[in-house]
Write a protein that binds this ligand. Structure first.
Ligand SMILES: [Ca+2]
Length: 238
């Protein structure tokens, strides 16, 4: 039990008591070598952790922006209201106008690659258990982001749960990027009939470090917001 013996000797020896015996010196050197290797290993693990880091962006609808777009055009109305609210003083009210399921675009993430993981969720207010109105979080691929907010490269799936219908509940979904897609559009869908109204609040998005995330009123990717807004307006005008 050399390690135990080493510790015992170390604890018993007083400073300046005597020269360290040769055997103890060997153990001491070995200890230092092991510690150095552990430090290098932990540094490597930290760097690996850094590569897997995430960035987050939230939208609480406390400003003036509502949604980033929609499908189909004029398929819904999006309004900031003071009741009901999950947090702050405003939430987003979505009213379904279209017969086919309208999708409010509430977030965009781009700069993605295969294997990347994006998680998004929001609070929804629903007081009709097992019946419409309801909202679900869904996603679609848009590989033309950020230039074209209306781009569509297929459904990315979403959370099929309609919620409990007993007030506020949090719904979320995690997408894993496949098939070379580079951008994801995050939607709030409204079910099931024209005139149905739902409320959502406190959107939270988690994306891989280095990806760009955009929500209503916020686009930290410098210089992109104006291009995107003007492009969206151009697309919505025809
Ligand atoms: Ca709010």
């Amino acid at each position: 039990m050399p390690a135990l013996r080493r510790i015992a000797v170390s604890c018993l020896r007083l400073p300046g008591e005597r020269e360290m015996p040769r055997e103890d010196q060997l153990y001491d050197n070995l200890e230092k070598t092991v510690m150095k290797k552990l430090l290098v290993l932990s540094g490597a693990l930290l760097m690996a952790g850094g590569a897997g880091a995430i960035e987050t962006l939230d939208c609480d609808w406390e400003g003036t922006e509502t949604v980033l777009g929609m499908f189909p055009d004029a398929g819904l109305t999006a309004t900031l209201v003071g009741d009901p609210i999950h947090g702050g003083t405003q939430s987003l009210e979505l009213e379904r106008l279209a017969a086919s399921t309208p999708q409010a675009y509430i977030g965009f993430v781009w700069g993605l690659q295969d294997g990347d993981v994006v998680t998004a969720g929001y609070w929804r207010y629903d007081v009709s258990p097992d019946a419409a109105p309801s909202t679900r979080i869904w996603g679609h691929w848009n590989d033309d982001l950020p230039a074209d907010l209306t781009g569509y490269n297929g459904s990315a799936g979403g959370n099929s749960d309609y919620g409990t219908g007993e007030g506020w509940d949090y719904t979320e979904y995690t997408w894993t990027v496949v098939d070379g897609h580079t951008g994801l559009g995050i939607e709030a869908r409204i079910y099931s009939n024209p005139g149905d109204i739902v409320w959502i609040d406190d959107l939270h998005i988690e994306a891989p470090d280095g990806a760009c995330v955009m929500v209503p009123g916020q686009n930290p990717c410098v210089g992109v917001q104006e291009i995107s807004w003007s492009k969206m307006k151009a697309n919505n005008s025809h």
